[in-house]
Design a binder for this molecule. Structure first.
Ligand SMILES: [Zn+2]
Length: 239
């Protein structure tokens, strides 16, 4: 019941926010209502809310936990994509990690869950992986979303498209560009598909930390990612 109510809350927020699409409908990033738009059921979007459980990720300057923000944005993205008819799989749907009983240390539990996520992605036919994270830096100045791409499939092209959409939707002063992901990201290293990792905002920046506390901004991020995904793949009719 509790989860049903929670889901209803997200549904309501999503349904009441079509106005957030207006910036996209005015520009080149049109997708959800584009004429001739084709849902490709053969492609499955895998949303990975970064971290979870004892691995909370980064902590914001006001004490917000990255793993919780990642999950919230991911759930909103899941609902939007569901409304658009896009098949979605989430690598986690709760705040917890999944691991066997014999995983005794935090490192063992984290590694086990990472392995599980990679196996899940690799078990899906034609997946596209989007991993959701928040950035962190010792200083307070850095700001702006940044997208990192894996080495397979359409990763780079998709990352560039999402990066441009996020700049347009969230902050036009953001000068960051899409970059190749570092080698130590387990999930992207161990999956064999198009993959991007999105650092949505800086938890170390006071303005972005405050924005991330609002459901409106989290929803705006989710809409922007959804619009970019649909814009990028909506025009690709290959079988
Ligand atoms: Zn992270």
């Amino acid at each position: 019941m509790k989860s049903l109510l929670r889901k209803s809350k997200y549904c309501l927020a999503v349904l009441l926010s079509p106005l957030l699409l207006i910036p996209f409908l005015q520009g080149r990033y049109v997708a959800p209502v584009q004429s001739g738009f084709v849902i490709d059921a053969k492609r499955v979007l895998v949303i990975d809310p970064g971290h979870g459980g004892e691995d909370g990720g980064a902590i914001s300057i006001s004490g917000a936990i990255e793993s919780e923000i990642n999950l919230d944005i991911s759930k909103r993205l899941d609902l939007i994509m569901g409304l658009c008819g896009v098949p979605v799989v989430m690598t986690r749907e709760t705040s917890e990690l999944v691991y066997p009983e014999d995983a005794k240390t935090v490192k063992a539990r984290k590694n086990s869950d990472m392995q599980r996520r990679a196996e899940l992605v690799n078990s899906i036919k034609n997946p596209v992986l989007i991993s959701i994270h928040q950035n962190n830096y010792p200083g307070k100045q850095p700001f702006g979303a940044q997208v990192f791409y894996g080495r397979k499939g359409d990763s780079r092209e998709l990352a560039v498209y999402i990066q441009n959409t996020l700049i347009r939707a969230l902050n036009s002063k953001n000068k960051r560009t899409a970059e190749e992901v570092s080698d130590n990201i387990h999930l992207m290293k161990n999956t064999d598909c198009t993959s991007v990792l999105i650092e949505c905002a800086f938890l170390s920046n006071p303005t972005e930390d405050a924005l991330l506390k609002t459901s409106e901004y989290r929803l705006r991020i989710s809409w922007a990612i959804a619009s970019a995904y649909l814009g990028f793949y909506g025009g690709k009719n290959e079988s």
